[in-house]
Design a protein around this ligand. Structure first.
Ligand SMILES: N[C@@H](CCC(=O)N[C@@H](CS)C(=O)NCC(=O)O)C(=O)O
Length: 232
């Protein structure tokens, strides 16, 4: 009997390696944040696919860990005080894993809060706004005759890209020389906006030269390339 058996989620997605971090995810912009960080950290983990086609996110087993029915979620058998820790919300998971390992987050207090500020900028701004733009441009909302909702999210996405572009002026990464969880939170969403959503022209992405430069450096990292494919 492993320490994870008490968690109902392991009944639907049994842990083959209960000593490893269990990741419940899909390769979406929120899901890959966690797989990219795990790859960057080189931590052993076991990915499990939560299929939206099968509505897995609404199963009682998944909801027992992630009551908001959203991926990603993790179960760390070796959490604080050596006890298992279950977490949902990608921002919380990034902060947890970076704090646990002392990597991809500055060691000094001011730098740490500055990084968290940019993680929150993604969680409260970039993610929700780009996501809405995706709905109105690529998914069901694209057939709506009234283009005002779409235009509202286009304008807000452009504004956010402008804020990010200004921050990246003269910097390698959001926090300067140090690559952190702020980059890992933000850049998968930018990649998705211009890639999968095909909204590059709509937001006039070519004007955000710093964002484009940093996105290119991000996707060139081997851990990012791998993390983007998890779970296979
Ligand atoms: N704030 C959440 C958002 C997570 C989220 O929206 N996940 C989407 C996939 S990218 C999801 O699970 N959607 C399934 C659903 O809404 O049924 C986080 O960052 O973890």
């Amino acid at each position: 009997m492993s320490s994870l058996d008490a968690f109902a989620i392991t009944r639907k997605w049994p842990a083959q390696h209960p000593d490893r971090i269990q990741l419940y995810s899909l390769p979406t912009p929120n899901g890959v944040k966690v797989s990219i960080l795990l790859e960057e950290l080189g931590l052993p983990y076991e990915p499990h696919r939560v299929s939206f086609d099968s509505q897995d996110q609404f199963s009682p087993e998944f909801l027992s860990l992630s009551p908001n029915n959203k991926i990603p979620a993790i179960l760390d058998p070796n959490g604080p005080d050596g006890k298992p820790l279950a977490l949902f919300e990608s921002g919380a998971i990034l902060v947890y894993l970076a704090s646990k390992t002392g990597q991809f987050i500055p060691a000094d207090t001011a730098g740490r809060y500055e990084t968290l500020q940019w993680v929150m900028f993604q969680m409260g701004g970039i993610g929700p706004m780009f996501g809405q733009l995706g709905f109105f441009h690529k998914f069901a909302g694209k057939d709506y005759e009234d283009k005002r909702p779409r235009d509202r999210y286009v304008a807000e996405s452009k504004r956010l890209l402008g804020v990010l572009d200004k921050r990246l002026e003269g910097r390698d990464w959001v926090m300067g020389e140090q690559y952190t969880i702020a980059d890992i939170a933000i850049l998968p969403w930018v990649r998705n906006l211009v890639g999968f959503y095909g909204a590059g022209d709509l937001v006039e992405f070519s004007q955000f030269k710093n964002v484009a430069r940093v996105l290119e450096a991000f996707v060139a990292r081997p851990a990012v390339a791998k993390g983007l494919t998890i779970p296979a």
